[in-house]
Structure formats: C-alpha cells, structure tokens
Design a protein. Sequence first.
Length: 206
Amino acid sequence: MAVTRAYRGVPAQQRRDERRARLIETALDCLHDEGLAGVSVRSVCARARLTPRYFYESFDDLDQLLAATVDAVSDEVAACALAALDAAPDDLARQVRAAIDAGYGVVVADRRKATVLLVAASGHGALRERRHQVITRFADLVLDRLPVLSAVGVAERKQARAAALFLMGGATEVIEAVLAGRLRLSRVALVDQLTRMWLAVLRGTA
C-alpha cells in the first residue's frame, strides 16, 4: 500500500509532484549542458540529488522523462501564446503577431527550452512522436482560438484544420532553423516574417 501520510506537514502527493518537477527541471539542465547522448537516469538523478527510486515513482524510463520535459516546454509556450492572443486587440494581424512573439519569447529567454525543442526535432524515437503530437495540439489550439478559423462552417472544418497544421508545422521548422543557427533572423525579423506568412494563409482560408 502506498504511503500517503504527510511528512513535516507536506502531503505525500505534493512531495511526489515536487520531485517530478525537480526531475523535469534537471532534465532541462542536462539536455542543454550535455546533449541527448549524455543524459541518463543516473546523470539526472545525481544532478537532482534524488535516488533512482524517486525517478521511477514518476517515470517508467528515460524516454518518458524526456517526453514530459518536451510537454512542459510546449505547455509554457502554449500558455504564453494564448494569453498574448487573448490580450491583443480585436485585430487578426495584432493577435497573430502577439501570439507568435510570446510563444517564441519562451525559448529565446531560456536557451535550455530552445535545446529541448531542437532535441525533439533530432529524430530520437519517442521524442519524434511527441513532436508530432505537440504540433497537432498547437494546430488544434489555433483552430479553436483564432476567430478566422473557429468561425468556419462544418463543411470547411477540414480545410481549416489543414491550414492550422500547415501553419504550425511550418512555423516550427522555421523557429528550429533559427535556434540551430541554420537561418539567421532577429526576433523581430522572425516574428514579422511568420506573421506575414500566417496572415496570407489565414486570409486565404477565410
């Protein structure tokens, strides 16, 4: 039977949640400093100062931790982008630009998070699938939250979802190229470029 009693006033579930968050935060550090090849259950546990027992209470294996780390970064990107979109004036161009800038700002402000996106694009088995899931999730958020797409009729829903997938997939590739140094664009230039491309597609879809 699992132990559920409080320790020093902290409930057992809260302690487990805190250890899980600590492992994810440590995975961010390890991926950035050592690269995917240098990350292991042992290295993460040593850096987090936790025993493997505590690792396995939250994750079945290293791939599950890596996927959770990608999720944590993508959740933050989505939350910041949606908050910026909601706060923007009722104007498509301003809404799109605000959302792109806020989402990109998450990975620019913390290079560890940029590293996670690049690792997710590296072709590693579990992370490759997680990357596809993240893009699909972001596309669905775009479809639901941008009025120009969410207002389409049932007959046009498939076309609108295809447009959202195209926009998110393309934007992800461009951002990854900039983060990897394959494409040199400032933050302003990148956001401006993506905004123009998004507006062209969105207005054509509408």
